[in-house]
Design a binder for this molecule. Structure first.
Ligand SMILES: C[S@@+](CC[C@H](N)C(=O)[O-])C[C@H]1O[C@@H](n2cnc3c(N)ncnc32)[C@H](O)[C@@H]1O
Length: 368
């Protein structure tokens, strides 16, 4: 039964199994092939009888005898590792299991190993070599459809390098209409100082990765300009950098706080952080998708970020007065976030809840 099922599968896939296309048998030990491994190559080997299990007659001996002494053969027989032919006139063979296979398996994917470099050269004609050993886009595209079949599926690449994966994802989207996404991670590694990009002022690999995504996106749109839904292909991307917390480290013991230091403690946000830095902290805190559309609006002279339409409104400016709060509440955002020290007075800050309760009761309010 097991052999019959396996033979069926084997027949169907044999053409793709080289060099394992000799492994057409199966038993409880696994898939195996019969090999001439017991025959002694070249010089004279061991000579003794191996009796055929059906006829009890000695099997035909290999030309130069056996490779192993009789004790070893007896052990192989006892372990069921010897394959007998239909009768004693056939040479015996050794059972070689596929899981013991040691030879180097050649790749089942035939792709010119240089095509990765060609992909990059096509986008960066100004460089002879922009990046060492970039993965070929075609190679990555052999796997992506097998794993990422649905709209919005995410390709996560922890070792971005020249961003071949982003190129492959976008290009495939143009081909099969599945709009997948990518998250690439690249440490701030410097380009090789002998490399063309470095000589032309591109010092970090992540700069190269970003530029490749830009150029690849543009080229994919151009190359597929005739396609009906190419306009919907999203080639946009955001770049975020891991950094220390936006919040000041305020570990003071009571005796360490002086009267003079107090004003500096009012604002707990590091001075060198931008409104965008604070916005992405809030998105992370609230577990909001970092790739959602973000727009900016000026309300009462204050810059307000709107994430995914009205899902979140964020203003990190100072000098926040009640009038501004009312105008913002009128937008009825699902969530709103302010800078904790951004209000012109404590009463305005306290009144925020009341204003929203009145104008947009469903809004979740947060300060940073
Ligand atoms: C072999 S390259 C990747 C090549 C990439 N697949 C391509 O096709 O261009 C590995 C990359 O991973 C980066 N890297 C190494 N360690 C890393 C880490 N811990 N986190 C993020 N990136 C890392 C290296 O800077 C290098 O750019």
């Amino acid at each position: 039964m097991l052999q019959a099922k396996y033979s069926e599968w084997f027949k169907e896939h044999k053409s793709q199994l080289w060099p394992m296309d000799g492994y057409k048998f199966i038993d409880r030990g696994g898939i195996y092939a019969g090999i001439r491994g017991v025959h002694n190559p070249g010089k004279e080997g061991y000579r003794y009888d191996v009796l055929h299990p059906r006829s009890g007659l000695p099997c035909t001996e290999p030309l130069m005898g056996y490779r192993f002494p009789k004790e070893t053969m007896d052990q192989l027989l006892a372990d069921g590792r010897i394959i007998f032919g239909d009768d004693h006139t056939k040479l015996i063979e050794l059972k070689a299991y596929a899981h013991e296979y040691q030879e180097k398996l050649s790749s089942v994917i035939e792709i010119d190993g240089r095509s990765g470099a060609y992909d990059v050269r096509e986008l960066f004609p100004e460089y002879r070599t922009a990046f060492e050993n970039p993965k070929p886009v075609k190679f990555l595209q052999r796997f992506i459809p097998l794993l990422l079949k649905n709209q919005g599926d995410i390709y996560l690449d922890f070792f971005a390098g020249s961003a071949s994966s982003a190129h492959a994802v976008m290009d495939l989207g143009a081909k099969d209409g599945v709009s997948r996404r990518f998250i690439l991670v690249q440490i701030p590694e410097r380009c090789n100082e002998k490399s063309d990009p470095f000589k032309k002022g591109v010092t970090s690999i992540s700069e190269l990765s970003k530029e490749r995504i830009r150029r690849a996106g543009k080229k994919i749109k151009q190359d597929n300009a005739g396609k009906p839904d190419i306009a919907n292909l999203d080639i946009g991307f955001r770049v975020l950098k891991i950094d220390s917390s936006n919040m000041k480290e305020v570990y003071y013991t009571p005796d360490a706080v002086t009267q003079e230091a107090l004003p500096g403690l009012v604002d707990n946000i590091r001075a060198d952080r931008s409104a965008e830095d604070l916005l992405f902290q809030v998105l992370l805190d609230w577990g909001v998708d970092l790739a959602l559309p973000i727009s900016q609006q000026s309300i009462a002279g204050k810059t307000v970020f709107f994430v995914d339409g009205n899902a979140l409104a964020a203003c990190f400016e100072t000098g926040i007065a009640e009038d501004f709060v009312k105008q913002l509440a009128a937008h009825k955002p699902l969530r709103v976030v302010f800078r904790d020290s951004g209000f012109i007075s404590d009463s305005v800050k306290i009144n925020v809840e009341q204003v929203f309760k009145l104008l947009s009761p469903a809004t979740e309010i947060k300060t940073l």
